[in-house]
Design a protein around this ligand. Structure first.
Ligand code: PFF
Ligand code: NA
Length: 444
């Protein structure tokens, strides 16, 4: 099995973490929940909960050196085979990949159409977006096929030749585009407005929903609860400093979310547009703003959507890896066979997801008042990811040898760091997530 270099791991894990969650979702959720106070809660969620779980997954992967199921079994005190059921989280990753690929397809459409023209009014932009997702089934299938094909093409080559290489190319390009856009937004009068929107907390806007959204976003943005970080860490040499690597990735991911937020809010405020547009924020509000800037606007629009694609592709390739590794190790499949199997699964699920948003098939593909697309999103981020995170923490906190974990920490940090992490893993994080989960499900 080929391994990452340390920098290769950090780039690949950061590539997984930095995605649509940073550039698309973080800004619109922050906008919906009113800015500063939400950002503050989000940062706390990253620091105390996200980072704790991130380190947890890294430890299990790095020391298990296998697929999710086998890593859990390998590391448990009693080598209990039942831990194989923890492997359910690889399904979560495949489901996310299905609709993530569809959204990347929308973005591909935006890159292409931005070359010819941009919508001049919000009404037109809204209608364009609506038409794309509810009407243009054929186009969407083609885009989804291109994205899925690229993902399959990359991962089939393996960790070093496929995943590590793509991240080495796309991550620096992504950083360049974002820095370019950030410098441009500096020059706008509204930059200071964006700063104060994002960093002046107004706690009257915070309620239970905001807390949950912040926690959910912290998990999603760090790619947690789906076996991705765990599986990448299984290709991390055993002596690598897992603690430092985790911190770097969390910092990179957070920095990029904040930078994306600053860019987008500067643009929005410059045009006097509202920050509360929800998921349509980058697909409806931004194109209209860009259109007022003439040819420059087109250049910026195209760069922005290319940045989104780059960020998203490196995340997409990470979502399939847990199931590949699972089939390769537990069923002795070749990488090519496993890729074709898992690729077909997420490709077909993606088609169902995109059809469920269409006029023609929408009604057949709606259950419990939600389209299959929304159901996939809801099931994964609200239920499956939190459950996996709770399981991961309880596993490390109660079913893995404490001295072993302590030794790993002492090697790279100190006893204080270990004790704090251990306390968070055993009690704070599982309890916090359980309360929020039950609350969301309406139980309490
Ligand atoms: N972290 C990615 C983002 O912020 O867009 C999303 C993601 C990637 C979720 C990989 C899950 C995953 F396994
Ligand atoms: Na992210």
């Amino acid at each position: 099995m080929n391994k990452f270099s340390r920098i290769g791991f950090i780039l690949a894990a950061a590539g997984s973490a930095v995605g649509l969650g940073n550039v698309w979702k973080f800004p619109y959720v922050t906008g919906e929940y009113g800015g500063g106070a939400f950002v503050l809660i989000y940062l706390l969620a990253i620091l105390f909960i996200g980072l704790t779980v991130f380190i947890a997954e890294t430890i299990i992967g790095q020391n298990g050196q296998a697929d999710v199921s086998s890593s859990f079994i390998n590391l448990s005190k009693t080598k209990n085979e039942n831990w194989k059921f923890a492997g359910f989280m690889i399904i979560t990753a495949l489901i996310i990949l299905s609709f993530y690929s569809v959204v990347l397809g929308w973005i591909l459409n935006y890159i292409i159409t931005s070359f010819s023209s941009l919508p001049t009014e919000a009404k037109i932009a809204g209608a364009n977006f609506e038409k794309l997702i509810s009407n243009d089934i054929f186009l969407l299938v083609i885009y989804h096929t291109i994205i899925a094909g690229s993902v399959i093409f990359i991962v089939i080559k393996g960790i070093k030749e496929g995943i590590e290489k793509v991240n080495f190319i796309l991550m620096p390009l992504l950083a360049l585009i974002l820095i370019g856009l950030l410098i441009y937004s500096f020059s706008l009068d509204s930059f200071s407005k964006a700063i104060s929107f994002m960093f002046t907390p107004d706690f009257s806007k915070i309620d239970g929903n905001a807390l949950l959204a912040a926690l959910g976003q912290a998990f999603f943005t760090l790619s947690l609860g789906v076996g991705t970080i765990l599986t990448y860490s299984a290709s991390l040499p055993k002596e690598t400093n897992f603690f430092k690597s985790s911190i770097y990735v969390a910092i990179l991911d957070t920095a990029i979310a904040l930078i994306a937020g600053l860019i987008i809010f500067s643009f929005l405020f410059e045009a006097g547009a509202p920050s509360t547009a929800g998921p349509g924020l980058v697909f409806i509000s931004l194109p209209v703003i860009f259109s007022a800037w003439g040819v420059w606007g087109q250049v910026i629009a195209i760069s922005f959507f290319i940045a989104l694609i780059f960020a998203g592709i490196t995340s997409a390739v990470s979502m399939i890896e847990p199931s590949l590794r699972f089939f390769i190790e537990r069923f002795k499949m070749t990488r090519i066979k496993a890729t074709i199997l898992c690729g077909s699964i997420f490709y077909i699920l993606g088609i169902i997801a995109l059809l469920s948003m269409s006029k023609t098939f929408g009604t057949e593909l709606t259950f419990f008042d939600k389209s299959v697309f929304d159901l996939m999103d809801f099931m994964t981020s609200t239920i499956m990811m939190p459950i996996a995170a709770i399981l991961t923490c309880i596993f490390l906190g109660f079913f893995v040898d404490k001295e072993f974990l302590k030794g790993k920490f002492i090697k790279h940090t100190n006893i204080f760091v270990f004790n704090s992490w251990y306390f968070l893993v055993r009690f704070i994080v599982p309890i916090a997530i359980t309360i929020l989960l039950l609350n969301k499900l309406g139980v309490i």
